[in-house]
Design a protein around this ligand. Structure first.
Ligand code: ADP
Ligand code: MG
Length: 586
């Protein structure tokens, strides 16, 4: 046997470099590990300074309990931790770190220095590690707390260095990481500085919602809905953006388990499912979900960076989260209040629609309400001068009196303000809910086509369709392979016979590319919303007053009357308070 084939134990520096590949992927992962260490040390103030997106320098300073002179020696030794002493500790982990890998990994691929002074001691120490070579600790001046400096990250691992993106792109990741800590640890102060410029600052007294607004957009602050739920050994709290606020990716969907940011497919799916028929197309909701659970019910040690976890009972966590989010969305008043001051209309998707609605309001305000004849021929109709007419009580207090504007909008007086409805979106919503109730009661009735319709698709689309064959059949769409670059549709839901089968299938494509395969729920929601959209009255269709009244009555009974199944809003509200401010009545 040749020498090369013998089993050898790898030297520690090689082991550390291999481990570094798992723990330290990019500057943002270094920042994550160092901030976690600071928080584990009880820090209340954490400052992160970065140069060149982290490639040149990352410095994390904290006011935690510090590192003793004795411990300094072991900082960069692999599997050295102060946070675990026996195996049982693994079952109830209360700290971010416990594997003792981060500093050893970081020291293996950078020039790292730790400077620290234990709280209450007179002097401090420092220790350095250059690409795996540790130099002995020596006394050094240091404020109380710890500062870890990481320079020239990956200089000795060219493959990693090549894989880094531009400083701006790496900085964006770092900012995401610091934002997450800011949101999950709202009582600590976080400061992020890039090239000497402050990028983000969460002061200690700043609450969670303000931090979310700072990191994810001002428009969220007043729009966030809260929700709470309880399960066996688990409780969940959420800050949820209304369905009208969405993102093209999942960066606005954050999960925290006992304060730790985690990524989990089941949790992601649970929230998506709750929003499924309120959001249109390949957009994603914005939601923050905080789980507290008995650490014994979850394995946190399945991933080197500890971002993935394994729940003992994943399906009950899924059910709890999905139910909690869904209930909050159902309860919420999703009509969008609009601000009247110029330039302060909430920044949400569909700015164009918002503009059209505003024009319609202007149009409305410029006209006399048809339903309100001028009193005694005076200049002001009675309804506009002074107190106004009492609202005619419709079901649940909604006024039955309304104004139709441009055959598109319906303007109503309600308890809280003036509400403007989009007739198409509202009708679509009403139809959708009816179709859905019917579909749930009966399941899909399939109409087989006399001759299958061949639909040409791109190769990945063919793959996606065929891979989802069963899910599609479950909602009444039957597909078969049809050679290269095409599939054959052999049946569609009976309720859609009037539709073009190719269009039905094409309409479902975006749902098929969902991570982890399409959910039956998403496919159903998309089919039903196509059906509802096709059947609903359009903007500009004249409606009789009876038809509008009928529509409003139906809408009263809806749980989600405030968004159409495409997730666009159906209603916009001008609160009386806003009107009063605008007219300087208060
Ligand atoms: P882990 O966090 O898993 O214990 P690390 O490699 O991240 O492993 O850190 C090793 C040890 O160094 C920690 O257990 C802790 O005792 C000490 N340490 C690291 N950073 C700090 C800090 N900022 N303040 C105080 N102690 C620290
Ligand atoms: Mg650590």
């Amino acid at each position: 046997m040749s020498d090369a084939a013998r089993i050898r134990t790898l030297p520690a520096d090689v082991v550390n470099r291999i481990a570094a590949g798992e723990v330290v992927e990019r500057p943002a992962s270094v920042v994550k590990e160092l901030v976690e260490n600071a928080l584990d040390a009880g820090a209340r103030r954490v400052q992160v300074e970065v140069e060149e997106g982290g490639r040149r320098l990352i410095r994390v300073s904290d006011d935690g309990h510090g590192v003793s002179a004795l411990d300094m020696e072991r900082l960069f030794t692999a599997h050295s931790t102060s946070k675990l002493s026996d195996v049982d500790d693994l079952l109830h982990i209360g700290t971010f770190g416990f594997r003792g890998e981060a500093l050893a990994s970081i020291g293996a691929v950078s020039r790292a220095t730790v400077r620290s002074r234990v709280r209450g001691e007179a002097s401090g120490h420092q220790v350095a590690c250059e690409f795996g070579a540790v130099s002995p600790p020596r006394p050094a001046a240091s404020p109380e707390g710890t500062a870890v400096e990481v320079r020239d990250l990956f200089r000795n691992v060219p493959a990693r260095l090549k894989f880094l993106k531009s400083p701006a792109a790496e900085m964006a990741r770092v900012t995401e990481v610091v934002s997450r800590f800011g949101i999950s640890v709202p009582d600590a102060e976080f400061v992020l500085v890039h090239e000497g410029r402050p990028v983000l600052r969460f002061p200690a007294g700043m609450g969670r919602r303000d931090r979310i607004a700072l990191a994810f957009g001002r428009n969220l602050k007043d729009a966030l809905l809260t929700a709470e739920g309880q399960g066996a050994g688990v409780s969940v709290e959420c800050d949820l953006a209304p369905p009208a606020v969405t993102r093209a990716d999942t960066t606005g969907l954050l999960f925290f388990l006992n304060g730790r940011f985690v990524r989990d497919k089941a949790l992601l799916h649970a929230v998506r499912q709750a929003y499924a028929d309120l959001i249109f197309g390949p957009r994603h909701p914005v939601a923050f979900v905080y789980l507290s659970m008995d650490p014994a019910l979850v394995d946190q040690n399945v991933h080197p960076a500890k971002v993935e976890v394994r729940f003992r009972d994943s399906s009950s966590v899924h059910a709890l989260v999905s139910r909690t989010v869904r209930e909050a969305l159902t309860r919420a008043d999703l009509a969008r209040p609009v601000a009247l001051a110029p330039g302060t209309v909430p920044e949400v998707d569909g700015a164009d629609r918002e503009r059209r609605v505003r024009e319609a309001v202007a149009d409305f305000l410029a006209r006399r309400p048809r339903t309100d004849p001028p009193a005694g021929g005076g200049l002001f109709p009675s309804g506009l001068a002074g107190g106004g007419r009492p609202a005619a009580g419709g079901p649940a207090g909604r006024a039955v009196d309304f104004l139709q504007v441009r055959n598109t909008y319906i303007v109503l007086e309600t308890d809280r303000g003036i509400e403007i409805l989009d007739q198409h979106a509202l009708h679509e919503r009403v139809l959708y809910d009816r179709l859905r109730a019917r579909a749930q009661a009966a399941g899909p009735v399939v109409q087989r086509l006399l001759r299958p319709v061949v639909v040409e698709l791109a190769a990945p689309e063919v793959e996606a369709v065929l891979a989802s064959k069963e899910a599609l059949a479950a909602v009444g769409v039957l597909v078969e392979a049809f050679g290269r670059g095409a599939v054959a549709v052999g049946g569609i839901p009976a309720a859609l016979v009037a539709a073009d089968p190719a269009e039905v299938l094409l309409g479902l494509l975006p749902s098929l590319s969902e991570e982890g395969g399409p959910s039956g729920e998403a496919l159903r929601a998309r089919l039903l919303s196509t059906m509802a959209c096709k059947a609903a009255v359009k903007a500009g269709d004249p409606l009789t007053r009876e038809q509008v009244a009928d529509l409003l009555r139906c809408a009263e009974e809806l749980a989600h009357a405030h968004t159409c199944p495409h997730g666009r809003p159906t209603a916009l509200r001008i609160d009386y308070a806003a009107l009063e401010r605008h007219f300087e009545r208060k």
